[in-house]
Write a protein that binds this ligand. Structure first.
Ligand code: PLP
Length: 389
């Protein structure tokens, strides 16, 4: 009865894990949502926008003040000096819709899309919904680097796009300049687009500046940069994201966006404009807060016996539990939720074929200190509570 299109993929494992965590009242270190509030000024700005009457549809590609604020941020933080609010920016319902609208605007059935794996779960179905053929290139543990020859071989005349996510979910990898230059060179040689999801751009643990691939020579006209407010401002429920694309691609993204969702929530766009104006002090505190959470959480994982590479960015850590005597990620996570009271996401949901992630689990640490301590203490007892067979 269902269409072939939705039969190609299963329900999101991440969201399924959240349901299971709720059922067993486990601490949810699975789905990427903070358990703390956004900045109080932001909550007040949202309430004020509703009181001030911004309650009807916004102009479909995003209110002018928000697009102008984003353009300013793209010119300074992302070094896209050419970025213009009208020519390049579309505001969508989250980075999630941005990626879908971008793929619908660019990809024809049969086109090939290169995806680094492990990958953020949505990219798989996004590509399938457009009829693309997915070509996976593996980021290899422990440091999640890729093999240049493998990547070169993945490109051919059918390659339409490559998806990059830096800082990366689920590995915490931050692609360095040399890696981005190599990818940029391959995109130019093969007339392909870079779809660059930079939603964690402000959450990085090194002193190196964030690099947007669109800022590299020759990439402005072949990159769609995607970001949003969910992670930077801890407002995952507001559903505000944006695409920065060359004008002709922007016209396609706007068409797809118009028919997918008509527009992002109007009062939250007004509040989002205020958020982008917060300035440097806000971003510095965001970074130090996440460094602090990472510092709390990683030692617990080590003590519990997980193997992992400390993330350079984003708020996830991808762990291997094979040395702990387990070998099935789905069983491991289910048992952990039921017996230990902590949820993570099974590693297989980030891989194709799934077997590549069978001994892995992803934890997220965008949580209050007390939640991280509680979860960490439970994880340390994990081997007592669920000894390997
Ligand atoms: N992109 C990546 C890499 C993510 O990890 C997530 C959420 O976890 C999203 C996009 C979703 O972003 P949004 O809330 O803006 O739709």
């Amino acid at each position: 009865m269902l269409s072939d299109r939705v039969s190609y993929f299963t329900e999101s494992v991440i969201r399924e894990t959240t349901r299971l965590a709720n059922q067993f009242q486990a601490l949810n270190l699975g789905q990427g949502m903070p358990d703390f509030d956004p900045h109080p000024d932001l909550k007040e700005a949202a309430c004020k926008a509703i009181r001030d009457g911004y309650n009807q549809y916004a102009v479909t590609w995003g209110i002018a003040s928000l697009r102008q604020a984003i353009a300013g941020k793209m010119r300074t933080f992302n070094k896209l000096e050419w970025c213009d609010a009208d020519a390049h920016i579309t505001v969508c319902c989250g980075a999630t819709e941005c990626m879908m609208a971008t793929m619908l605007a660019l990809i024809n059935p049969g086109d090939e899309v290169i995806i680094f794996q492990p990958f953020y779960e949505n990219y798989g179905p996004d590509a399938l919904l457009t009829g693309a053929k997915r070509v996976f290139v593996t980021l290899r543990a422990p440091d999640w680097s890729f093999d240049r020859d493998e990547l070169r071989k993945a490109f051919n005349s059918k390659t339409k796009a490559i998806i990059i996510n830096t800082p990366n979910n689920p590995t915490g990898k931050v692609f360095n300049r040399e890696e981005l230059e190599f990818i940029a060179q391959l995109c130019q040689e093969h007339n392909a687009f870079a779809l660059s999801d930079e939603i964690y751009e402000y959450i990085q643990y090194t002193d190196r500046p964030h690099i947007s691939i669109a800022s590299l020579p020759g990439m402005a006209n072949r990159t769609v940069t995607i970001s949003g407010l969910s992670k930077t401002f801890s407002v995952t429920g507001w559903r505000l994201g944006y695409c920065v694309a060359p004008p002709e691609i922007t016209s396609g993204i706007r068409k797809a966006h118009d028919f997918l969702t008509v527009g992002a929530p109007h009062p939250l766009q007004v509040a989002g404009t205020a958020a982008i104006g917060f300035g440097e002090a806000y971003y510095a505190k965001l970074k130090s807060d996440y460094l602090h959470r990472r510092q709390i959480f990683l030692p617990y994982l080590q003590e519990a016996g997980f193997e992992f590479h400390a993330p350079d960015g984003a708020y996830y850590v991808m762990c291997d539990f094979s040395k702990m005597g387990w070998n099935n990620d789905v069983e491991f996570v289910r048992t952990m939720i039921e017996k230990v009271g902590v949820a993570g996401v099974p590693g297989s949901s980030f891989y194709e074929p799934k077997e590549l992630g069978r001994t892995k689990v992803r934890f997220m640490f965008a949580k209050k200190d007390e939640t991280l301590h509680k979860a960490g203490e439970k994880l340390v007892k994990l081997r007592q509570k669920m000894p390997a067979a």
